[in-house]
Write a protein that binds this ligand. Structure first.
Ligand SMILES: [Zn+2]
Length: 113
């Protein structure tokens, strides 16, 4: 799984921000994850607890906000959320479409003290 690499780069970024803000400690990291990103939040927390030991981020809480997948219909341009794995456009019933959201993974903000 790619969670370790993802978690490492997220930690590096959080530490950079914390240093810039002259923070003593990172208390919370707010993450946004698309439901298609393939990321398992428990794995991220697990790796995070491990690699953040001895850093400003040790003991920080990770908060995950999940973004639903969204598709844009190739036939009529309608945008809709992927529900129950149903790929059919609710307007014209065309199957498939282009993903416009759902694969993202980014750090929204960090809280420090
Ligand atoms: Zn359509």
């Amino acid at each position: 799984m790619h969670e370790l690499a993802v978690t490492q780069s997220m930690l590096n970024l959080a530490l950079k921000y914390a240093e810039r803000a002259s923070a003593q400690r990172i208390t919370r990291i707010n993450l946004v994850i698309g439901e298609l990103s393939g990321i398992v939040d428990e794995s991220v927390q697990f790796y995070f607890d491990f690699i953040s030991k001895g850093t400003l981020a040790e003991g920080a809480q990770l908060a995950f906000e999940w973004l639903p997948a969204r598709l844009r219909c190739r036939a009529c341009g309608h945008e809709f959320a992927l529900q129950d794995g149903n790929w059919a456009c609710p307007v014209c019933q065309a199957l498939g479409g282009e993903f416009i959201a759902g694969r993202e993974l980014y750090m929204d903000s960090i809280e420090v003290e």
